[in-house]
Every structure is written in C-alpha cells, then in structure tokens.
Design a protein around this ligand. Structure first.
Ligand SMILES: Nc1ncnc2c1ncn2[C@@H]1O[C@H](COP(=O)(O)OP(=O)(O)OP(=O)(O)O)[C@@H](O)[C@H]1O
Ligand SMILES: [Mg+2]
Length: 452
C-alpha cells in the first residue's frame, strides 16, 4: 500500500493530538479536524484509509458522520471515540460499519492496536482483491492458477502448442502440475471432444506395457481370453499422456519409437496394422537428458517426443503464486467440506510464503486441505498446519530480515502465543520465562488485548 492516510475528527484538541501522534509514530499520514464538514469534504476528494471519529461534534451528529464517511468510500475504516455515557451508541456504530470504538480517555496502546488492526484488515482486503483480479486474468483452464511471469509464459506456450498437432515433453519435479498442463493442452486443442487417456509407465514390465498400449488379440498369450484394443486405439482422435516416461524399459522404448514413426500399431499377437491418430504428451520428473547421456533412454525416442518441451518451475521458485494458490485451495476445500474459511492468520501467511515445498503444489494443496478441515472459525491458524510447518514457526524462518532484538522478541512471543492459543502457562513454559514476566512483555508489546 502507498502512504496510509488517517484522519482524526475530534473537537477536543488534546485528545485529537494524542491520537494523531500515536498514528504518526506508526508511520501513518495524519490530518486533524475539529469539524465534521471540512473532514467529510476532504475525505470525498481524497479518501482516508482510516478515521478516528468523535461521536459528539459541534456541527454534525457522529452517527451521521459515520454514515457519510462510509458512503463516500465503502472501504475506509472508522474507529469511534466516545465518552462512557454513550457506549451503547458506540456499539450501535460498530453495527453500522464502524471498525471498533474507543472510550475516552484514550490510551496510547489501544489507539495503536486498533489502528494497526484496521490497517491490517484493509491490507488483507486489498490483497484479496488483487488475488481475485489476478485469478480472473488469463484464466486458461478453470482451476489452473498462476499469475507469476513464468506461469504466464507457460500459459501462452500451452495455448500455442495446443492448436498444433505435435508431441510434447513435460519435464518437472513432482507435484508441479504436469498432469494439469497435459489436460490443459488437450482441452484447448481441436481434439478436446475426443478422449484424454492417461498411462503411467512406471513399474510395469515390457509385456504389460505392450498389451496395455497396443492391445492384444485373443490367445496372444496365456490369459488373453478375448481381443482387447490398446489405449492408443481407444484414444483415437484424442491425446495420450505417458507419465513417468523415464521409467519405460529400454526394449519397450524401441517399440514405442516404431509406433510413433509409423503412426500405426499392431496388437500383440496380431498382424494387421491399425492407423493411429493421437497426440502424445510425455511427462517425467527425471532429468531425461541425463538418462540419454547414461544410455538409459534412447536418444531417437527422446527427440521424437521432445518436439516441444515445457519445464514447470518449482513452487519455491515462483512464490508470488503461493497466496493465489492458497486462496484457490481454500475455496476448493470450503466447497468440498462445507466450511467457511475466509483467510489465514498473518503468521500462517508468512509461513506458507517462505516454506520450501519439496512436494510443490501438491504439498501446498494437501496442507490447505488439512487446514480447512481442521479450522475452527473463519481463519486458518498456526495450529491447523502440519507439525513440520509449526516447527518452522518456532525455529524462525531465517527470512534474512534484520531486526532489533526487541522486535525479534516481540515477534517470537507472538508466535508462541499464537501457537498455544494464547495459553499463558504453556507460552511461559515454552519461552522459559516466569508468567509475570511474560505478562509484562505482552503488555509492553500490546499483545495482551486483541490477540486472544
Ligand atoms: N497451477 C496450479 N493451479 C492449481 N492447482 C494445481 C496447479 N499445479 C498443480 N496443481 C494441483 O496440484 C496437484 C499436483 O498436480 P499434478 O498432478 O498435475 O502434478 P504432477 O507434476 O503431475 O505431479 P507428479 O510428478 O507427482 O505426477 C494436483 O492436485 C493439481 O490439481
Ligand atoms: Mg503427474
């Protein structure tokens, strides 16, 4: 966010100045007003992100000011300032869209906390909006998420390749979305109404792969009781994804190469060649070039398959997409589980952003699936994450940010408090300090009021 603009509207000068000073110390741009009308007209020409509004004003009723303030800009947040006498009105104000209220005399740290919370809320809302926009942009295949430059490039490559009838080789680590890409290519190709057939080459003998892909005639081998067409035949006009192509036995590679060259297949035990009209997409999470060098993969087959190759990045190499994917998976699993998760806590957000994801998108998907299943309310908390991520939180992420000891202490205490659900006994034990000390620090860092 650019400069965060705040306003204080209060005809009591000392009170207004106090609030303004606290906000200013927090890096906000602050303007003070003693009358509602000039405040509102300024707000209309350049909306404030946040305003502290006194309920009792000389020129307009506070509730009316609130209404006009929100009407001018729905996204602006208001915090109502009130004397004890009008607490009921203040509560009413929050029902009408005020973010919160403060009773006079205002305490510094209440001001600071509420302002920070309001700001966080605004920033989160801004993020969500950006996410929605990014998701809408170039949404090639429903559910295929990626706004990072690399993914955008891959999307345009997919589009180009889809309409050309060439073989494609997908090389990428596990869980990066190879199968998604294959399906996207098929769905965007003229073959989209014909079958998409998946075959995993891993862990099968040459004989089995042969009979699966090429089919067999009745009596071709013991157990071949009936004639069975192969996958290549059933995919007629469509697309075949050969997954884990790097695992294909060498002897089988020769046969496959032959089929691809001739565009014809002969069933096992048969003699009549059958014409094929299929597009082959091969995928592997191994380094095929290296396999070729080692003689484990035939070079001629490699070139036949690799007319166009697409490499998908590791998730850790395109972290910009993480928040997008998180939002996407929350939606997906809300639907599946009938839940209503709306967001992740700031700490969870940070963790998810910095984690390394050896299992790539699939791992992130599993993490969110689990968290949505476990989440108690609208927010995913640190306790909803798997232990390996929670450990990261306590050990620190080593994000490279240079902090003061005080800031580090504050963040660490907050992490432990969040991890323990603000259980002070547990937290003081983990932190190795007496409960009274913990309590004093919590007060000092403003962790005592609004966290729990
Ligand atoms: N860009 C993405 N947007 C949304 N979901 C994705 C994306 N990439 C991957 N996924 C999801 O992550 C999971 C793994 O994707 P996929 O099966 O395509 O990966 P893969 O590369 O084929 O993995 P493996 O090598 O382990 O077979 C799937 O559930 C898929 O829906
Ligand atoms: Mg796969």
């Amino acid at each position: 966010m650019t400069a965060f603009r705040a306003a204080v509207l209060d005809d009591e000068e000392t009170a207004a100045r106090l609030v303004a000073r606290v906000l200013d110390q927090d890096g906000m741009e602050v303007e003070i007003f003693s009358l509602a009308r000039p405040f509102l007209s300024r707000h209309r020409e350049a909306p404030f992100h946040l305003a502290f509004i006194d309920l009792r004003l000389p020129d307009l009723d506070g509730m009316e000011v609130l209404r006009l303030f929100k009407m001018a800009n729905e996204d602006s947040e208001a915090i109502i300032i009130t004397g004890h006498a009008s607490i009921e009105t203040a509560v009413e104000a929050t029902k009408r869209g005020a973010f919160h209220y403060l009773t006079k005399p205002c305490k510094r740290h209440d001001i600071r906390l509420l302002a920070r919370r309001a700001r966080e809320k605004l920033e989160l809302r801004g993020e969500n909006r950006k996410l929605k926009l990014a998701m809408g942009k170039d949404n090639l295949i429903p559910g295929f998420v990626g706004a990072s430059p690399v993914m955008q490039e891959i999307f345009s490559l997919i589009k180009k390749v889809a309409v050309v009838n060439c073989n494609v080789l997908l090389m990428a680590e596990t869980g990066t979305g190879k199968q998604m890409v294959a399906r996207a290519i098929h769905a965007l190709s003229p073959r989209r109404d014909k079958p998409f057939v998946y075959f995993n080459c891993g862990g099968f003998t040459e004989e089995l792969i042969c009979s699966e892909l090429f089919g067999h005639e009745k009596g071709a081998f013991t157990g071949a009781h009936a004639t069975k067409p192969g996958l290549f035949e059933t995919a007629a006009g469509g697309t075949v994804l050969l997954d884990e192509i790097g695992e294909m036995p060498l002897a089988m590679q020769v046969k496959l190469l032959h089929v691809l060259q001739e565009r014809q297949v002969i069933r096992v035990g048969g003699t009549a060649p059958i014409d094929l009209d299929i597009r082959i997409i091969a995928a592997t999470n191994r380094n095929l070039t290296e396999l070729v060098e080692n003689g484990a993969f035939r070079e001629d087959l490699f070139y036949r398959l690799n007319v166009v190759s697409i490499r998908l990045p590791r998730l850790a190499d395109r972290r910009d997409d993480i928040p997008l994917l998180v939002a996407h998976f929350i939606d997906k699993f809300n639907m599946a589980f009938g839940k209503d998760v709306r967001r992740v806590s700031p700490q969870v957000q940070e963790l998810l952003f910095h984690y390394d994801y050896p299992g790539n998108v699939r791992e992130l998907e599993n993490i969110i699936q689990r968290a949505v299943a476990l989440a108690d309310g609208e927010e995913i908390k640190i306790g909803d994450l798997p232990a390996r991520l929670q450990r990261l939180a306590t050990e620190g992420l080593g994000t490279g940010e240079l902090l003061t000891l005080e800031e580090l202490e504050k963040r660490h205490i907050r992490k432990v408090l969040e991890a323990t659900g603000y259980n002070r006994n547990q937290a003081s034990r983990i932190l190795g300090i007496p409960r009274t000390t913990l309590w004093r620090r919590m007060k000092r860092y403003g962790l005592d009021r609004l966290g729990g």
